[in-house]
Design a protein around this ligand. Sequence first.
Ligand SMILES: NC(=O)C1=CN([C@@H]2O[C@H](COP(=O)(O)OP(=O)(O)OC[C@H]3O[C@@H](n4cnc5c(N)ncnc54)[C@H](OP(=O)(O)O)[C@@H]3O)[C@@H](O)[C@H]2O)C=CC1
Length: 541
Amino acid sequence: MGMSVVGIQLILESVPVSNTYSLTKQRTKQLRILATRANSMDIKSTVAFVAAAAAWTMSSGNSSTDTTAKSTGAPTQCPVTGHKVEGSSGCPFSQGLPLPDPGHRCDPNSVDEFKIPDVPPLTDKQREVIKATAPVLAEHGVTITTHFYKNMIRAHPELRDVFSETAQKLGHQPRALASAVYAYAVNIDDLTPLLPVVDRIAYKHTSLHIVAEQYGIVGKHLIQAIVDILGDAVTPEIGDAWYNGYWNLAKIFIQRERDIYSAAVQAGGWEGWRPFKVAKRVKESDEITSFYLKPAEDTGKPIPTYHPGQYLGVSLNIPALGHKQARQYSLSDAPNGEYYRISVKREDGVAIPTPENPEVPNHPGWISNVLHKDLHEGDLIDVAPPYGDFFYEPSTVTPNAPLVLLSAGVGQTALLSILKSQIDNADKKITYATVAKNEKTHAFGNYIRDLEKSHKNLTFKVFYSSPGDKAVQGAHFDHHGRMNLEKIKDSLYLDDDATEYFLCGPAAFMTDKLKELSALGVDEKRVHLELFSAGELPSGN
Ligand SMILES: NC(=O)C1=CN([C@@H]2O[C@H](COP(=O)(O)OP(=O)(O)OC[C@H]3O[C@@H](n4cnc5c(N)ncnc54)[C@H](OP(=O)(O)O)[C@@H]3O)[C@@H](O)[C@H]2O)C=CC1
């Protein structure tokens, strides 16, 4: 048996790697003592991994360096095969050369990054290694994944079209990837809890038209980044375990994504991008504009349907960046066979400071501003078929169960689609509650108010967090302040065990409302929210 996660955490507590700029002799001794106490064959490599990670941090002092790991006494031959590499300065584990499959890892020319290797299932020992090294990856995960993105994009500039430039620069993407890798490591014995997350990510990937070959590129650069950052600490045993682990996980994604693509095609859709034209634009508020999209080429057939709540991937050229970017926007209308409607908030953007330029002004939201300013009626835009795991379909057991839709800001869009698809079932009670800053940013208010007048089954509640002078309470909004469920308790159908709750808006809004609903006695299983995260790194990272 390998070392337990608890064991390795103990070691990490004794040696706080991120703060360790001087790994003292005393601490090194502590490591040795702990290693001996844990009494395991595998432990040596694990402790070496931790210690070398600490040493790397100590020597570099810069967590996002672009250079490869500096190794002292780099092996000139592969530690696994003993193979000496002609024309190479040594083993990729220490020299930062590309990491091919284990049998040939010292021959950089053998790397075929588009190849999907035929890896065996993980062995018990490999699982132990992955679990035991998870805390180290948590500690260095963001450094590793930041390094990974930089190098991968440098080698494959075409991938800039796929990855969000803003999310990368803000560090959200590296953090999300590090969290996903960590979640994988700690759940390695039983991946069941991760399957909903796999599904969520697979839908996102298909809406970006990720293809199987790209997993080869990601795998090569991810494992390379682990090697670059952790250096010689990545022993062949650890390298093999993660290489094998990566590919076992990648194959789950590849298979799931293939299934999603073929289901879309079978349902009359398409794989990848298809040109649509803007049939109509409608300004919904000072911030939100709706785009009605129809296929550029009229085939005479209805466009594929979708589940209310799902989103549409769009891709367009961003002149300021010099390449394309893709985003997903919730479909804001009920499925109708004729057009897709997305309703987009124009984002002010965020500041992305760099060490060289710490005081930068906000750049505008790339996609939303181009859509608002430059996408006019008759223009073309590339569209992926509708995808997403957040949607509502009435249960076959209780099709008339009440529905409570709670949104904040532009989070309304996904719930509007659900509302419109269900409103004509007069036996279904629906509450639609939303919070906006004020009357200028509030979209769809008049439309839903009219719907409420014509449909007795609908209750509409509006909160304004900062109403303007012209907003009249009782006419434009019901409550002043952020959404507080106590104030609309009577419209939440709390006494019906079948009521379902859908939340959409900023992440903090959704987690707050989930807590409030739980406190009101609602079983969390009946609460649905659109989350994007694949898990979190342990606090402090
Ligand atoms: N499919 C999906 O899941 C979609 C998700 N979204 C997400 O929805 C979010 C909406 O953003 P946006 O329109 O910019 O929101 P805003 O920041 O403009 O906020 C809109 C309203 O929500 C209130 N609010 C914000 N946070 C909370 C909270 N924790 N509790 C209660 N009220 C809150 C704001 O109050 P105050 O004025 O006090 O800040 C404001 O009144 C985005 O983060 C976007 O990612 C959007 C579209 C679709």
